[in-house]
Design a protein around this ligand. Structure first.
Ligand code: SAM
Length: 232
């Protein structure tokens, strides 16, 4: 399944990038084959391969279906290490998350917020991979909050939670993670080393602490498990 960018109104698309590689090497596609496609921000559907060689694939598109419905969960995530962040962005995007807020916490490495830290292009690619995996086309937004944790919680988190069920995933919380349907939610997930007690106290003043069971999960596993439970 591939997303194929194309000009407005055009019924054809040419692929030359990693999607061409995906067609040839993963799908082992041939001329005449039909593959799943979508246009960023728009419809999804099928495409027939008209030409295919090592340089390019030409596709004829029939885009007549809406993308899958989003999962109305805003994911507020204390920044994990970049390889973990990449997995989380891909997987949460594939599960339908449309808004990410990445924030600083005491146990987040400060170097992420330096000039070598987060690269917008790498993040955009992760979102794209997640969308393609799920045959989705609506690109999520990602906001990064390098400010101090307390300031993020006071000045931005309330808006992110407005009109939504605010949940903070915290091992050992008395309330188990709810199962869908709970409506729109904002899910707060901690850093790899967990929140420090003062952060937990502050977050609990804004959000319901929820537990996923007796196993302490890695951030990327916890996010998938939480989103799966909150999915309809
Ligand atoms: N030692 C840390 C602690 O006890 O908080 C572990 C942190 S865990 C690797 C990273 C984040 O994943 C946690 O802050 C929490 O948001 C989420 N998480 C992992 N396992 C969880 C569980 N069983 N219940 C709720 N949240 C969990």
């Amino acid at each position: 399944e591939e997303l194929a960018p194309t000009g407005a109104g055009s019924q054809r698309a040419v692929l030359r990038d990693r999607r061409l590689q995906h067609l040839r090497e993963v799908l082992r596609a041939r001329v005449g084959d039909e593959v799943g496609v979508g246009v960023e921000g728009g419809a999804i559907g099928k495409a027939t391969i008209i030409n295919l060689d090592a340089q390019a694939a030409e596709l004829e598109l029939r885009l007549d279906e809406p993308p899958p419905p989003p999962l109305d969960v805003t994911l507020a995530l204390a920044l994990p290490r970049p390889p973990t962040l990449r997995k989380v962005l891909q997987q949460a995007t594939a599960l339908g998350v449309k808004r990410f807020a990445l924030f600083r916490a005491e146990r987040v490495e400060r170097s992420y917020f330096s000039s070598h830290g987060l690269h917008a292009s790498a993040l955009a690619e992760d979102l794209q991979l997640g969308l393609e995996q799920a045959r989705d086309t609506i690109v999520p937004t990602v906001e990064v909050h390098p400010e101090h944790f307390g300031r993020f919680v006071r000045e931005r988190l309330p808006e992110l939670c407005e009109g939504r069920a605010p949940l903070v995933a915290h091992p050992g919380a008395a309330t188990p993670c709810p199962r869908a349907p709970i409506g729109p939610a904002t899910l707060i997930v901690g850093p790899e080393g967990g929140f420090i007690p003062a952060e937990v106290a502050l977050l609990k003043s804004l959000a319901q602490a929820i537990d996923l069971g007796p196993r302490i999960l890695r951030v990327e596993t916890a996010v998938v498990a939480l989103l799966a439970r909150l999915s309809p």
